[in-house]
Design a protein around this ligand. Structure first.
Ligand code: NAD
Length: 492
């Protein structure tokens, strides 16, 4: 049964946007079999935007059956034809940028300007990059004693499942020939609902991409336990990541990749370009209100420039006061954080920071009484063992501390359960080389922060997870190698 149930939201420039609210299964929007729904909230106001279908176990199973059929179809689509469909989807996303960016602003609180300037181009870039791979996944042949071994082009995995961050995973998964179920975030599902419409419009066959939302404990857990899901790529917290691994080990040993949290160190050496370091260390923790896994939330500054850095950091914040408000407005520089729970969590970490012996440089309070706004906040002289120095806050809270030597700061930076992203600021190329080599981190940037690019692998080490998004490496997670061995008989 198909349904046209939808909700309306007001996007950029007062434009009304209609979003389907059903579960996108086999290229149709359907209500949940249990008629269960989730409330979608606008974090700017705390008000309801409407409700959306929430997948229960039976819906997840329907999505898996759809993906099985989709996989059978997709397997027979040639590489160049797959590439054309991915390119078509990229074009549609680009044309639809204002709607998609509005939806991110409305239910996730993402600044419209950030979405349109960064997030959408990144999604488009990923699709175009992997479209290029769709017809270039070649194999190998190896000589063996008595024969020859051939890897045909890497084989597909079958029905896979992914959560959040739609395009960085959708693109390599599809290019590699998989059929996919995306379980979007229950807090901000609207972008994915619109993406579903574009998937259909692009002409991607039914079942190849299914998009559902639902609670982690039900929809997410059912996917993690499903016997016919062969790979699960997860983006989210370590707590959920652990549950997913447990579920995979209890059931069919599905391949799991995890993109989890971070506590990124930004290391500022005294020989760096200070203005540049100030710029990036501020962006690194305030972009998207610090709700970025790669956020540079620990800032280590070398002792000779420590006081100067702290003064300039404070001054820079004072010189560019945030304009908090509706993320759809282009003049807004601070939107809300995604949910009431996240807001409370951030404020609780700030309270702990104030009690930790650290010095509050600025911020530290909620903004206004409506919606989930919190001031950009920075603490200096943060002790190594303070909770705000050790735990991921996922909010705009910088923890700054002093160091004296290269060895000391590398040890501090590595003294973390996480290892996702790090930044080093120095003009000494030999030092940059030594330090980047010593840091336990999936990525390290030099004299900048983050620098995501579709052709460069991104992912973590330690408890930040394993597996890679983006780059050629991401394809490995979505494929498997089959060795075919020919015994060559001697000529009689
Ligand atoms: P979360 O773990 O609370 O939720 C993420 C998703 O997991 C949701 O869709 C939820 O429904 C699902 N989920 C929850 N429990 C589950 C279960 N038992 N089984 C299956 N699925 C389940 O995380 P969040 O608060 O939405 O996101 C913040 C976290 O995500 C942070 O730790 C952040 O660093 C991390 N993150 C990592 C990356 C990365 O690329 N490494 C990117 C973005 C966010």
């Amino acid at each position: 049964m198909s349904t046209t149930t939808s909700l309306n939201v007001i996007g950029v420039q007062g434009r009304q946007i209609t979003v389907p609210t059903g579960l996108f299964i086999h290229n149709e929007f359907r209500p949940s079999t249990t008629a269960q729904t989730l409330l979608v909230e606008n974090p700017t106001t705390g008000e309801s935007l409407g409700t959306i279908s929430a997948a229960g176990p039976d819906d997840i199973d329907r999505a898996v059956q759809s993906a099985k059929a989709g996989f059978a179809t997709w397997k027979s689509v040639s590489g160049p034809a797959k590439a054309r469909l991915l390119l078509k989807l990229a074009d549609l996303i680009e044309q639809d940028a204002q709607i998609l960016a509005s939806l991110e602003a409305v239910d996730a609180g993402t600044l419209y300007t950030d979405s349109i300037g960064l997030n959408i181009p990144q999604a488009v870039g990923c699709l175009r990059y992997y479209a290029g791979w769709a017809d270039k996944m070649d194999g190998k042949s190896l000589e063996m004693d008595g024969g020859i071994a051939v890897h045909p082009p890497r084989t597909h995995r079958g029905v896979c499942c992914h959560r959040s961050l739609e395009c960085p995973s959708l693109a390599p998964a599809l290019a590699a020939g998989n059929a996919l179920i995306i379980k979007s975030s229950e807090l901000s599902p609207l972008y994915a609902q619109r993406l579903a419409e574009l998937v259909k419009q692009a002409g991607i066959p039914a079942g190849v991409v299914n998009i559902v939302t639902g609670e982690g404990a039900t929809a997410g857990q059912t996917l993690s336990e499903h016997m016919e899901v062969r790979k699960l790529a997860f983006t989210g917290s370590s707590v959920a990541g652990r549950k997913i691994m447990q579920a995979a080990s209890r059931t069919n040993l599905k391949k799991v990749s995890l993109e989890l949290g971070g506590k990124g160190p930004s290391i500022v050496f005294d020989d760096c370009d200070l203005e540049n370091a100030l710029f990036w260390t501020r962006i690194g923790i305030t972009a998207n209100n610090g709700q970025i896994c790669a956020a540079g939330s620990r800032i280590y500054v070398q002792e000779r420039i420590y006081d100067r850095f702290i003064e300039a950091y404070k001054q820079a914040a004072a010189n560019a006061p945030t304009v908090a408000g509706n993320p759809l407005e282009t003049s807004t520089t601070k939107g809300p954080v995604v949910s009431c729970t996240q807001h409370q969590k951030i404020l609780d970490y700030i309270r702990q920071g104030k009690q930790s012996g650290a010095r509050l440089l600025f911020g530290g309070e909620p903004i206004g009484s409506k919606g989930y706004f919190v001031q950009n906040t920075a603490f200096a002289d943060v002790p190594d063992d303070a909770t705000i120095m050790r735990e991921e806050i996922f909010g705009p809270v910088a923890s700054i501390a002093k160091f004296s030597t290269e060895e000391e700061v590398v040890a501090k930076a590595n003294d973390s359960l996480h290892g996702l992203s790090a930044a080093v600021f120095t003009n000494d190329i030999s030092r940059a080389h030594r330090v980047t080599k010593s840091l336990e981190s999936g990525q390290v940037t030099v004299n900048a922060w983050a620098m995501l690019s579709p052709n460069v692998p991104f992912g973590g080490v330690k408890e930040s997870g394993f597996g890679r998004d983006m780059g050629e490496e991401a394809l490995e997670g979505w494929t498997t190698v089959k060795a075919v061995k020919y015994h060559i008989l001697p000529r009689l």
